[in-house]
Each structure stands twice: as structure tokens, then as C-alpha cells.
Design a protein around this ligand. Structure first.
Ligand code: NAD
Length: 263
């Protein structure tokens, strides 16, 4: 992998969903440093505007619910009308849903999670393919799964099933668009030290009457490398997959999880 002093995204246009908190703004910052023009999208415009203003030029902030077809069309239109092309689609937006054992699971919780964590990647992928990538016969799509999507996770059937399905969506897209010179891959993080994980750990600690440190220790103990990944760790792999350095890699799910899953 190249260092971030490279300019792998010079002249390229990338869309990052879920760009208001956690991994999204970190990837945005790193891609901008490497020359990308960016559309940052999330539901809360003020947050995504903050992320965009921290970057500066060549970045558009867009309010979009990625489960809504019209919002997705407008998000891609923002990139097309400003720059005329989309080279990279980062399908990063996700929700954790509400923790429930399978015997408590509800249709709403299951489907609401599935819509953001899998279906939205289909919508965004379809839109960038139809508006730009197929015609230009170029592009790279990166999806963001979770180690829960390999082995399942207690009280997260909704999230695990959606994230597992996302890996299969990745392979199917890769098979369909390969002959157009377009790639589709998936990053599979384990625990990343973002607000999503911090809030999850706090909630579990409260539920179990344990300290945050005890819950963290329980997560880290089975990991060969005994550490959480940072957003930058995950972002580096995502940027590699998005870039031409990965030009012959497609349909892959790459774990960034301190060794949790060895597939
Ligand atoms: P995060 O919750 O901080 O960020 C997700 C973003 O998606 C948020 O900005 C949220 O507002 C946005 N979002 C949610 N629903 C949306 C919708 N309908 N439309 C538009 N935006 C929407 O999470 P993160 O920790 O930065 O995670 C980034 C990716 O990595 C996600 O796909 C997540 O599932 C995955 N992941 C994270 C962890 C972790 O430990 N944090 C572990 C495994 C996988």
C-alpha cells in the first residue's frame, strides 16, 4: 500500500455516505489529501456541512437518506452537475438497529436495519453505475460490512444478516460490472473505536452492570492483535480498494479486525 503522500485520487470524484460521524469524515479527510473531489452525504445536513468545511475546497455537503431513491438520485446529481462524473462510491452509511434476541425481533427493526445496511448500497451503486460508471467504463465501489456479518452476533440478527448480505451483494455487483472495468469490494471491520462502538460498549456495560473497561477487555481478549482498529486503520484499506492500486482486485471482502476472523 502507498503512503498518504501519494495523490491516488487526483482528478477523481468520490461520494461518501454516512459522512457526518465516525469513519466517514476520516475517509473524507484522507481522500481529500490525496486529491479527491468529494460529495459527503448524511441525513443531518449541519453535521455533514461541518465535516465538509473541515476539508475546504472541492467538497459538497448533501443531505441524503440513503434508503430514499429520490435522495440518492439527488446526491449523485450533485456530483454530476458539479464535476460530470463519479469515480468512487463509498457505501459507508449504516445503523446498528436495536439490540434484540431473535425471539424478540420485530419486522420493523429487521427491515429498517436491512434498508440502510444493505439495500442502500444497492440504490447508491445502481445510481452511480447508471449516471456515470457504466458509460465511462470505470469506477470503484466500496461497501462496508462488519465481522458480525461473518459469524453473527448475539442480539444483532438484523445487523448481522444485513451485513452478511452486503458481502454477497458485493460479489454479485463485481461479477456484473467487471467487464465494464468497474470494481466492487467490501471492507469488513471488527471493532473500530468510533462513537458507534463507544455507545455500544457503554450500553452493554450498563445492561450487564460492568465497567466500560471490563466490556472492552472482553472484546479485545479473543483478538490475536489485542487491539481495536482505529478509523484510520479501516480507512487505509478502504482507500486502497477504492484506488487504482487495487485495479485487479474485485468481489473481495477484506477483514480489518485485528485478526478476529481468519477466513
Ligand atoms: P457511525 O454510526 O459513526 O456512522 C454511520 C453514519 O451513517 C452516521 O453518520 C449516520 O448518520 C449515517 N446514516 C445512518 N443511516 C443513514 C441513512 N439512512 N442515510 C444516510 N446516512 C445514514 O458508524 P461508523 O463507526 O463510522 O461505521 C462506519 C461503517 O463501518 C458502517 O458501515 C458500520 O456498520 C461499519 N462498522 C463499524 C464498526 C465499529 O466498531 N464502529 C464495526 C464494524 C463495522
Amino acid at each position: 500500500m502507498s503512503s498518504t503522500t501519494n495523490r491516488r485520487f487526483e482528478g477523481k470524484v468520490a461520494i461518501i455516505t454516512g459522512a457526518s460521524t465516525g469513519l466517514g469524515p476520516v475517509m473524507a479527510q484522507m481522500m481529500a489529501q490525496e486529491g479527491a473531489k468529494l460529495v459527503l452525504a448524511a441525513r443531518r445536513l449541519e453535521l455533514v456541512e461541518q465535516a465538509a468545511s473541515a476539508i475546504g475546497a472541492d467538497v459538497l455537503a448533501v443531505r441524503a437518506d440513503v434508503t430514499n431513491e429520490e435522495d440518492v438520485a439527488a446526491m449523485v446529481e450533485a456530483a454530476m452537475s458539479r464535476w460530470g462524473q463519479v469515480d468512487v462510491m463509498m457505501n459507508n452509511a449504516a445503523v446498528p438497529g436495536t439490540d434484540k434476541f431473535i425471539w424478540e425481533q420485530t419486522v420493523d427493526n429487521f427491515l429498517d436495519t436491512y434498508k440502510v445496511d444493505c439495500m442502500a448500497a444497492m440504490l447508491c451503486t445502481r445510481e452511480v453505475l447508471n449516471r456515470s460508471m457504466l458509460e465511462r467504463r470505470a469506477g470503484s465501489i466500496v461497501n462496508f460490512s462488519s465481522s458480525a456479518g461473518w459469524d453473527g452476533m448475539v442480539r444483532k440478527s438484523h445487523y448481522s444478516a444485513a451485513k452478511g448480505a452486503l458481502r454477497i451483494l458485493t460479489k454479485t455487483v463485481a461479477r456484473e460490472v467487471g467487464e465494464y472495468g468497474i470494481r466492487c469490494n467490501c471492507v469488513v471491520p471488527g471493532a473500530i473505536g468510533t462513537d458507534l462502538m463507544v455507545n455500544y460498549i457503554k450500553r452493554v456495560a450498563t445492561e450487564q452492570g460492568k465497567s466500560v473497561e471490563e466490556i472492552e477487555a472482553g472484546i479485545v481478549a479473543p483478538l490475536p492483535l489485542k487491539t481495536f482498529s482505529t478509523p484510520e486503520d479501516v480507512a487505509r484499506t478502504a482507500l486502497f480498494l477504492a484506488s487504482d492500486e487495487a485495479r485487479t482486485i474485485t468481489g473481495q471482502s477484506i477483514n480489518v479486525d485485528a485478526g478476529l476472523v481468519m477466513s
